[in-house]
Every structure is written in C-alpha cells, then in structure tokens.
Ligand binder design. Structure first.
Ligand SMILES: [Mn+2]
Length: 231
C-alpha cells in the first residue's frame, strides 16, 4: 500500500452543495457530470455472499489460529508507528513485497489459505500467487485512504478481496471529483477490483467503534515477475 499524502478534504457540506446547485441553475457554471460508479463501469464487481457463512466462520477461526500474525509498522520521518490491524503475507516462494517501504515477512502456502485461494480463483476466473491477510480485531482496527498500486503488482493489478466475519464499511473515493461512496462488505462477499479501480479510486476501511466482532479480509494478488510454482 502506498499512501502518499492521500487524505482528502471532506465533501461539500449541505449549504455549499445547495448554493452550487443554485448557481448552476442560473447558468453561470456548467454542471459537472458525476464520475460513474465503479460498479457501473466494471472497475468493481461484487459477488455477494459468494461463500456460505458456515464455511467463512470455519475459515476465519482456522486462519486466526494458524497464521503467523504481525503487527506491522510504518515509518514517518524515521519514527515507527504500529498499524491499527494485524497482517499476514502468504505467497509463492521467492516473492518479496514491501509495504510503506518495509519488507513483509512471507509465509509459505499452508493447506487452508491454499484451499481458500483455489475457491476464490474458481469464482473470479483469475490466478493469484500471493495474499495479504488483514485481521481487523474490532471496529477500532482500520485502514486509511490508499490504493493497492504497489510496483510489485505491475501496471494492471486485478485483486480479489474476500471478507470473513463482521460486516464492515468499505469506502471508495474518486480521484477525479473526490466524491466518497460506501459499500457494506459482509461475510462471504467477494469484491473483485479491476485495474481501473486502483488507477482512479482510493479506498479505506474506516473505524467503526460500535463494531465489537472481528473481520478478516484476504486480498489475493498476482505479483508480477515472480516465478509461479503452480499452486
Ligand atoms: Mn487496500
């Protein structure tokens, strides 16, 4: 994830929005067409409840127990800050991946993440050689605005994101007009992010303090230039 100064001003408040409409009606400013939804353009595709809830619950329990979870950090002006979530990086042998300039520790495919990968590949019709598994332990854990556009993913990354556990908000913001929209991701939801999404939009999982249960998100990726071992 790269997050080069990507925080944005909040959208216009009601008053400003109304006065903009009033001015447009007077004909001084041509109306700017809204950026089409990424769901309309195909930049995002949601396979709602692609996996059944019982299966997801079993996978979540297994992943929490079996993966080596890291409390990773990022650096700002030489100071280290722990990120507000746990992560595990599972990938083919030989794959390296950096995150905010820190190299992630790679775990080899064990039977459970490999089985989940095969289920996801069959549903979305893409192959993957790596997965970033993120554990949001409760509503305090979150991730701020970013795009999944690391160099390791090449110019046209296709990423499949599987949600397990608690329903959380997934927000996305157009880099053209800075409008923010939201989709709730439930357990078993599979969100396919095509290249246009990382190129034109930022996304975040905001804090939701009222959420007490955990959520695991698996984002399957294809790291380019890596030798595939055919998993
Ligand atoms: Mn992301």
């Amino acid at each position: 994830m790269s997050d080069r100064n990507r925080h944005r001003e909040p959208p216009l408040g009601e008053d400003k929005a109304h006065s903009a409409v009033a001015i447009q009606q007077l004909g001084h400013i041509p109306a700017r067409p809204a950026t089409p939804s990424p769901f309309e353009t195909g930049a995002l595709e949601l396979f709602h409840r692609a996996l059944c809830a019982e299966q997801c619950q079993a996978w979540m329990a297994g992943l929490i127990e079996q993966l080596a979870w890291h409390k990773d950090y990022h650096e700002v002006h030489g100071r280290r800050f722990h990120i507000p979530r746990l992560q595990a990086w599972v990938a083919d042998a030989g794959i390296q991946y950096s995150y905010s300039n820190n190299l992630l520790e790679v775990q080899p495919w064990s039977p459970l993440p490999l089985a989940i990968k095969r289920e996801v590949e069959a549903r979305v019709g893409h192959r993957f050689n790596a997965v970033l598994v993120t554990y949001y332990r409760n509503g305090d854990d979150h991730v701020t605005w970013h795009a999944d556009d690391e160099r390791e993913l090449g110019d046209a990354p296709v990423i499949a994101s599987l949600s397990l556990g608690a329903t959380r908000s997934f927000q996305y913001q157009s880099q053209m007009d800075e409008r923010i929209a939201n989709v709730m991701l439930e357990t078993g939801d599979l969100l396919l992010m095509r290249p246009a999404f990382q190129q034109g939009w930022l996304h975040q999982v905001p804090m939701e303090p009222e959420v007490t249960a955990g959520r695991i998100n698996l984002t399957f990726r294809q790291v380019v230039g890596a030798a595939s071992l055919g998993n």
